[in-house]
Design a protein around this ligand. Structure first.
Ligand code: NAD
Length: 462
């Protein structure tokens, strides 16, 4: 049952959707442009808010939040008309005269629940898809990035149509209360344990949903690769956002012949990027809160050998750290690390490395550095993950033409570009028939002669 007194905004949104306002191409276009204006005009405020949340640099915020979102909006604006076009299909002879088509219809009022680690991106990228598909939307940003959450709540409403889009701030209890309501679609980004609760809540109203979850993303480094480039790319991807990235390489599987050299190259890359004391670098973010800081300290304490490893509780600082001599059974290999600790496991046989990957979980991403096309094919064929990137990291999530999402324990459903438009819409078929002719054949009484004839024609003309 709807409880509009708890969230009166929902009644407004539902009425807007029922009036058909959000279905028009011109409305969708105007809202995407409004979102773009928010990102452009408030760019500095956004950079400040994200910095206040966990000391992310303005360059990183542009690269992973505002810049990325603006690219997604441009992509949607360019393709929206063609995405919205109905698809005509040919009609079999026995159903003629008739015309058939299907088109993608918006679900209605959708709920988007964001995670804190890319606090703008993970709330607004799904919103771009939801608007493009013609929905009304409630956005619930993460309370763990409070400055960004406040900016989205206060700022966005000045740009977009508030009859159709609203932001509701709050923590776990508020999100639980929202999940009591009936929405037409749920889009959740966050942890596996919360994902289970969201799915449970969705089941109550039979609401379709997407879960964008986390996991342990492996990165294989074969002996046949340029180790300096591999090291620089791995260090960049792992320590971006201080390792608090769902598609960051969680652990490395390195061919034993190149383990020592890769380790040296990675240390050099850390020093090149963040200086001899990364704490002083303006480009190195902090851990989001005390809980996550202590979780990472415990993982570090359980490890035997590392490079880096300096922490400072006053500042929630954890240095870029490489953990050596790790085995698949170690504590650090049990759960997603989600921080700047990088375990390295040496392998001598790629088949054994693939067994390790399959035994850990179904990850959101899988990475491989190798110049050998046969090995590239083998790794892709004998593994399972939401996405793959070969000889680089993270960029598989930046290409709007590539669907982004997980598999199994890393979630289901996908978005970005057309995949996002499809996620927030469903296919509705329409068959238009003529009232004439109206042969007697399909009506009872059937009798043996009619049945014989039906058997001949029904399967023949599909
Ligand atoms: P989280 O699950 O703690 O929180 C996510 C959202 O759910 C927040 O808005 C929060 O308010 C809400 N929430 C928290 N507990 C809830 C509960 N019991 N009931 C209802 N709502 C609840 O996740 P997080 O710590 O914000 O994010 C980190 C996780 O998200 C990591 O596992 C990471 O891998 C994953 N992640 C995945 C992606 C992706 O695209 N697949 C992107 C970023 C982060």
């Amino acid at each position: 049952m709807q409880n509009d007194q708890v969230f009166p905004e929902l009644a407004v949104l539902r009425k807007t959707f029922e009036q058909g306002i959000t279905r028009d191409f011109s409305w969708r276009r105007s809202q995407l442009l409004a979102l773009e204006a928010f990102l452009v005009e408030r760019e500095e405020d956004i950079a400040d808010a994200v910095h206040d949340d966990f000391r992310k640099s303005p360059a990183e915020t542009f690269l992973t939040e505002t810049g990325y979102l603006r690219g997604e909006i441009r992509f949607a604006l360019k393709h929206l008309k063609s995405w919205m076009k109905p698809h005509r299909v040919s009609i079999p002879l026995i159903y003629q005269p008739g015309k058939g088509s299907y088109s993608r219809e918006p679900y209605g009022v959708v709920l988007i629940i964001g995670a804190w680690n890319y606090p703008l991106n993970l709330s607004l990228a799904p919103l771009i898809s939801a608007i493009a598909a013609g929905n009304c939307a409630v956005v619930k940003p993460s309370e763990l990035a409070p400055h960004t959450s406040k900016l989205i709540a206060e700022g966005l409403g000045r740009y977009v149509d508030r009859r159709a889009i609203c932001v509701i701030e709050g923590g776990v209890e508020k999100t639980k209360a929202l999940l009591e309501e009936r929405f037409d679609y749920l889009f959740f980004t966050g942890s596996q344990s919360t994902g289970r609760e969201v799915m449970h809540a969705a089941a109550r109203h039979l609401t379709p949903l997407t879960l964008e979850l986390g996991g342990k993303c492996p990165c294989i480094v074969d002996e046949d690769t340029d180790l300096r480039v591999a090291a620089r790319r791995i260090v960049w991807a792992k320590f971006l956002n201080a390792g608090q990235t769902c598609i960051a390489p969680d652990y490395l599987l390195v061919h034993e012949k190149v383990e020592g050299e890769l380790f040296g190259q990675m240390r050099e890359a850390i020093s090149d990027f963040y200086g001899s004391d990364p704490r002083m670098s303006p480009d190195y973010p902090r851990i989001v809160n005390r809980h996550h800081f202590h979780r990472l300290e415990k993982l570090l304490a359980a490890s035997s050998s590392w490079s880096g490893g300096i922490t400072d509780e006053d500042d929630y600082y954890v240095a870029p750290t490489i953990l050596q001599g790790v085995t698949p059974g170690d504590e650090v290999m049990l759960l997603e690390i989600f921080g700047p600790l990088l375990p390295v496991i040496a392998y001598s046989d790629i088949d054994a490395a693939l067994v390790t990957i399959r035994s850990v979980s179904q990850p959101l991403a899988l990475y491989l550095f190798s110049s050998d096309p046969k090995l590239q094919d083998k790794v892709v064929r004998h593994s399972c993950s939401g996405g793959v990137c070969i000889n680089d990291l993270l960029f598989q999530a930046s290409v709007s033409r590539l669907p982004f999402g997980g598999i199994g324990s890393s979630g289901f459903g996908s978005y970005h570009g057309k995949a996002g438009f499809d996620t927030f819409s469903f296919q509705r078929s329409v068959l238009k028939r003529s009232i004439f002719p109206d042969p007697d054949l399909r009506y009872p009484p059937y009798g043996r002669r009619k049945l014989r004839f039906l058997k001949r024609i029904v399967t023949l003309f599909h």
